[in-house]
Ligand binder design. Sequence first.
Ligand SMILES: [Zn+2]
Length: 371
Amino acid sequence: MTQVVRGRVLGKAGFVFAELGFDAQILNLDPVMQEKDAPYILPGFIDTHVHGGGGADTMDGAEGVKKLARFHLEHGTTTLYPTTITNPWSNIIDALNGVKQVKEAAFSELPDIPGAHLEGPFISPQRLGAQPPNTLLPTTELLRELLELDITRLITLAPELEGATAAAQLLAKAGVRISIGHTKASYEEVEPFIQAVRDVGGKVGFTHLFNAMGGLSGREPGVVGAALSDIDAFAELIFDTHHVHRASFLAALAAKPDHLSLITDAIRACGMSDGQSELGGQTVFISEGQAKLADGTLAGSLLSLDQALRNAVEAGLSLRKASQLLSQTPANYMGLKDRGHLDPGKRADFLVLNQDLQLQEVYVAGRKVVG
Ligand SMILES: [Zn+2]
């Protein structure tokens, strides 16, 4: 059954006053007369890095995945990659099985879940950030288990680990995106690693750019220098205004106008009140919009993507550009050709926002799920 919404629709060519006809897909985009106070209609957000929200965490299993997915849907995320954390291996496998169950059930009232983001355990014990210290080396045995499960679509990996290059090649050949992060690698270690992934046709990204990696300086470009100087590499960034300074965000965007995406890296406590919460078995303290471990380390975020959109606009981006970082660029990175912008033939995953960029309605594959 064809339905319609009217407003300032963001198509591939920019905003148009239009009537958007859709069923599960966008059917047509017909220009209409301009209307004052017409709502904005944007493509749904895609979050490639999200641990939890609304009191639930990916590590809780299928029920947790459903709950956090529903929470983020109410903030405009229509495609989501539940993200694991470094933990004993059996906990990680259980969590991945939970993601797989929810993906396969394809609940109509949830965002689309193409797969999981495996963040840890194949990371540097010296760049844990807020990850627990249960790191592992990427052995053939563990990778075989991952590939058999066939749910991981994105992995955060530290290139300097023993076996990391072979692991990255094996996973990249299976279509998994290789995201460099939680690493103490030098620029000289990162470059051949990227080349090795590309040699087998893989796509490379960087996990929460600037966080849990070395910085950029004149003589030592480091991981940040590798990310910014490589125009084909993607990078994800937490723009909650606590993890990354506005100027660093704008510098990254200037270097990577079409390869930078915004993520939440949200944790269980996102959307909950201040006090104590949990991340990967560790106690997390929530106050003033930040989540921290007892030692003060930032522990994920309390961000939702509708707030990331408003933060990006406040930082000076046009609404069109801000939307690109939340929809089109992550779709390009993950190879989701059926979404990312609102044009005929694409999935009808879209958001209706008022003049203040507050979310009014959310549609997933043409079904109104919020509003
Ligand atoms: Zn992380």
